[in-house]
Design a protein around this ligand. Structure first.
Ligand code: ATP
Ligand code: MG
Length: 312
């Protein structure tokens, strides 16, 4: 079994119960829920019974305890999650607009997980990892970018693999440093998991087949294109494969991409066929949207099999 590592933010998510634009007046909220893209991803990996670890930091507070307890209970190696007594656990407030788009208020770069330090625990996790999953949301501070790039170089130099989900949020800040990190990550990526228009981020063409061709020519072995309730597609040098979405009632789409990614990456590392990996990814994404809270829809293989059977 190839050990999977992720590095980046741990957050609590607090969700507005009423749809609308932003947070400029008092509204009803629900939360805290454990969150953070790499945390959701790694929790779903652990739920599938795969060995995995997360490098991050939380404050010595209840938001941190909520997260670390959940990850540990679900089977994630939490030895690389520091408890920073001077920091506060990160947070994200999310509110859905009527058209399904979201506004966020993030506290990430200035939270505990904004400052990651190398320790003997993080060094051991990087040394033992065989696969690194990177999400673009995690390029929010110099120390996290530095640790991610160093881990990526080390894991690739040993023959390990890298998956990359750009996970772009309009609220996230972009800088020359972030763009340079994106470019280097892309060069090292074996698998790109892009959502919607993210497929065109690193290509000149605005046509899916042409953009994919450009990405394959850059040396990325396989590309997955997530498209919400329209399902997902897989591309490699052999061509394209489409998988429709499973039919479920969507209550909260946040986290679907990370749960999809986890199920896809675990299947891919276990040498599943692209069709089977897509199917499990779509089942995990579908399950995730049926639950309020981004990590609440992480499931075991038996539950994915049940969704697949029901939809046959
Ligand atoms: P995130 O908001 O977590 O970043 P994303 O944009 O990366 O999500 P999506 O395309 O929204 O990813 O969702 C990933 C996958 O989950 C989709 O390809 C699809 O298979 C499944 N999925 C998402 N929404 C639905 C839905 N409403 N019904 C069924 N399946 C869904
Ligand atoms: Mg995404």
């Amino acid at each position: 079994m190839k050990k999977i590592l992720a590095i980046g933010e741990i957050l609590v998510e607090i969700i507005a119960l009423e749809k609308g634009d932003g947070f400029r007046a008092p509204i009803n909220l629900v939360g805290p829920f454990p969150s953070g893209a790499p945390a959701i991803f790694i929790d779903q990996v652990a739920k599938l019974g795969h060995q995995c670890a997360l490098i991050s930091a939380v404050g010595d507070d209840d938001f941190g305890r909520l997260n670390v307890n959940r990850l540990r209970a679900d089977g994630v190696d939490v030895s690389g999650i520091a408890i920073d007594p001077r920091g506060t656990t990160g947070s994200a407030f999310v509110r859905y607009r009527e058209d399904g788009s979201r506004s966020f208020v993030f506290n990430i770069a200035n939270s505990a997980c904004g400052r990651l330090f190398s320790t003997k625990e993080t060094a051991a996790l990087i040394r033992n990892a065989e696969h690194l999953h990177i999400t673009g949301t995690s390029l929010y501070s110099q120390s996290v970018i530095g640790m991610t790039l160093a881990a990526m170089r080390a894991i690739k130099a040993r023959g390990g693999t890298v998956s990359f989900d750009p996970n772009l949020r309009p609220e996230m800040s972009r800088s020359l440093e972030v763009d340079e990190a994106f470019a280097e990550i892309l060069q090292h990526s074996d698998l790109l998991l892009a959502s919607g228009a993210e497929l065109y981020l690193f290509a000149n063409s605005g046509q899916p087949e042409d953009a994919v061709q450009e990405l394959l020519e850059k040396g990325i072995g396989a590309i997955v294109w997530k498209r919400g309730d329209r399902g997902a597609s897989y591309f490699d040098s052999d061509g394209r494969l489409d998988m429709p979405a499973f039919n479920v009632v969507e209550v909260d789409p946040t986290g679907a991409g990370d749960c999809f990614g986890a199920a896809f990456v675990v299947s891919w590392l276990r040498n599943a066929t692209p069709r089977d990996a897509l199917k499990l990814g779509c089942a995990a994404g579908a399950f995730a949207v049926t639950k309020i809270g981004p990590m609440e829809g992480a499931v075991q293989f038996a539950e994915l099999d049940a969704i697949i059977r029901q939809n046959r």
